[in-house]
Design a protein around this ligand. Structure first.
Ligand code: SF4
Ligand code: SF4
Length: 352
């Protein structure tokens, strides 16, 4: 994905697609589910994935609702992989079992994320460690794909210390852990309390895999301390959110902009929206779009960006230094970038 991101700014780095809006849970802070929608037909989803491939999308994540309620989920994963894109899944994990994990392995799933909100289920959320710990152990044993556990801070969640317990458990099991900040109905920051801030600092200070570098970037740190970010949101361009009706939106929190059918979406739309102004950007907490922006910053200002995300004490520092040498400072960085693009199966590497 990084290699493809380096290649050009004219294609989406990440698209999230919704094959079903229905969810088996009902978290009170969530505005992304209903209790009645049917699954989108497999043929329709295949067409959408094919169009994302025509736009040269590097990474396609299946989201919801709860995507494991879709009867053809394995086939969707296979179809994404067949386009050459990475395949990801965002799930509440309730429907996981060993057989489903094996099926995901066979379908070629690349990465899976579960968000866990608390240690014990309460009226706000049933996504609790108590219920899901058995699923995490199953994933740690059987998954051939990477698994990230995202804990959340802020909003109506009443036990901030739970996020630390969840992150520690994920790392103990050999999974990766991240922490997200809860947003309001427009994707904007809800300020953290002093207790929540303390927990946030503890989690981000934990020795953790390189992937958690997203928690050490300025976006999340600024927001945690109530500071706005000055950045270009690439939603609608470098990042796409495709709803169950097949419309392209900036993100799950800004649906209706631009609201164009994916089938009509062109590279010109991608270019325009990558740089369009979004008034919601300064207090935006949508971390996957931050990560896409970070990748673009590495592309345009590599040394400054890698310096920012390379904490001297982090266990991942050596690997980041190696990446920096390979892709930035080495006299052969062009060759490294080209080889990485080929190794990552980038069909787009050979396209103009
Ligand atoms: S499990 Fe996810 S999609 Fe379902 S209600 Fe909770 S946050 Fe929303
Ligand atoms: S800044 Fe971008 S990602 Fe964040 S809420 Fe606005 S459109 Fe969505």
């Amino acid at each position: 994905m990084v290699a493809r991101g380096f290649q050009s700014a004219n294609h989406p780095i990440l698209a999230q697609i919704v094959p079903i809006r229905r969810c088996n849970l009902a978290c009170t802070y969530c505005n992304e589910f209903d209790k009645h929608s049917p699954p989108v037909a497999l043929a329709t989803m295949r067409e959408r994935i094919d169009h994302l491939a025509r736009l040269r999308t590097a990474n396609i994540e299946i989201s919801g609702g709860e995507p494991m309620l879709h009867p053809d989920l394995d086939e969707l994963i296979r179809h994404i992989r067949a386009t050459g894109a990475l395949a990801g899944l965002i799930t509440n994990g309730y429907l996981l079992n060993e057989k489903r994990i094996e099926r995901f392995n066979n379908a070629g799933l690349d990465h899976l994320q579960i968000s866990i909100d608390n240690v014990h289920p309460d009226d706000t959320s049933k996504k609790s460690l108590k219920v899901l710990d058995a699923k995490l152990r199953m994933l740690a044993t059987h998954a051939a794909f990477s698994v990230n556990i995202n804990s959340v801070l802020g909003g109506e969640l009443s036990h901030p210390g739970d996020a630390l317990t969840i992150a520690k458990r994920a790392i103990e099991l050999g999974l990766t852990a991240t922490v997200g900040l809860i947003h309001n109905g427009r994707g904007r920051l809800m300020p953290l309390t002093p207790e929540q801030l303390h927990v946030y600092s503890e989690i981000t200070a934990m020795t953790a895999p390189f992937y958690t570098v997203q928690n050490q970037n300025d976006f999340q740190r600024n927001l945690a301390f109530g500071r706005p970010n000055d950045w270009q949101c690439g939603a609608g361009g470098r990042y796409l959110y495709i709803c169950e009706d097949g419309l392209v939106h900036w993100c799950s929190q800004q649906r209706g902009h631009p609201g164009i059918p994916l089938a009509d979406y062109t590279t010109d739309d991608v270019r325009r929206e990558s740089t369009s102004e979004k008034s919601c950007a300064p207090l935006c907490t949508v971390s996957c779009v931050h990560r896409v922006a970070l990748l673009d910053r590495i592309r345009t200002q590599p040394i400054e960006a890698l310096d920012e995300i390379m904490p001297a004490s982090a266990s991942g520092a050596a690997s980041v230094r190696a990446l920096r040498w390979m892709f930035v400072t080495s006299p052969h960085h062009d060759r490294f970038r080209a080889v990485a693009a080929r190794l990552l199966g980038s069909r787009s590497a050979s396209r103009p």
